[in-house]
Design a protein. Structure first.
Length: 166
């Protein structure tokens, strides 16, 4: 059996579909475990156990997908290639539509990136942009006491604030 025949057999037995479904469900279960176990004070090793069990179950799921198929009548052993009906060659409109959407998305992203870089690098915009320096103005305090000899206190507070801000 060469590589092309092996991949065709994997596709016929729907092993790819099982692998993708298992990976998605395993990822979802890991996310649920990592988010909910700490909430219920379940120890951290339990999350590691969930990940380990899901990782060990992956090859088992692939072997079961190779050997058995799920039919409306129930689980049955997958027939050999000689006894199975010849698969009909059909076009894959989903593949071509996904490919087209991917190309369009990549084109839109490229256009957006080049457009934003062109606006940021224009020489007139960079020449007109002036860096604004952040500054704070400390106004002099007014001596509101009746004793004019306390003016030194207001001046000292102003000097202290300016010194600390500098």
């Amino acid at each position: 059996m060469n590589a092309n025949q092996l991949f065709a057999e994997l596709k016929r037995r729907k092993v790819y579909r099982v692998a993708v479904a298992y990976a998605v469900i395993a990822w979802l279960l890991i996310q649920i475990a990592t988010q909910t176990f700490p909430f219920f004070d379940i120890p951290n090793w339990a999350v590691r156990l969930v990940v380990l069990l899901l990782a060990l179950g992956f090859p088992v799921a692939l072997v079961l997908a190779w050997a058995f198929e799920l039919t409306p009548e129930g689980v049955r052993r997958t027939p050999d290639e000689e006894t199975a009906a010849a698969p009909k060659r059909k076009r894959a409109p989903l593949f071509w539509s996904l490919l087209l959407m991917g190309v369009l998305a990549a084109g839109a992203l490229t256009f957006r990136l080049y457009r934003s870089q062109g606006a940021a690098v224009s020489p007139t915009a960079s020449a007109n942009t002036v860096q604004a320096r952040k500054s704070v103005a400390v106004l002099p305090f007014e001596n509101l006491s009746e004793d004019k000899a306390n003016t030194y206190f207001a001046d000292g507070m102003q000097d202290e604030i300016i010194t600390r801000l500098a």
